[in-house]
Design a binder for this molecule. Sequence first.
Ligand SMILES: [Ca+2]
Length: 128
Amino acid sequence: MAIINGTRHNDTLVGTSGDDFFQGFQGKDSLTGNGGSDTFFIEKYHHSQLPKQDTIEDFGADDFIQFGAGVYGVVDGQLVHVSWADVTIETLDPGEYRVHVALPGTNEETVIDVVGVQPVEASFIFFT
Ligand SMILES: [Ca+2]
């Protein structure tokens, strides 16, 4: 599995034909898996610096969106990591989706645009 790293700026990243692990870091990134079973990793890096509306350009049924340990909200003083219950998938156009991930107990969300197949619960890997 290749690891495809971005920077804290806006990046355009293209994977290999094999399985890749994408870490776009901050910025508004364009991520193309380019075949294989790819994992798109979403993490909060410091303070409130979530990725700013990355776009996955070719999401497939074998791809995953994975959340890191830093993607959480606070409920009753406890850290609560995001789960499927916090995900809302909006259809923008046929084959274009906007994934909203609400951080529990806050007004914050992270947003991921997805072109390709509609993500389903099994598309997500949540931090446990
Ligand atoms: Ca790939």
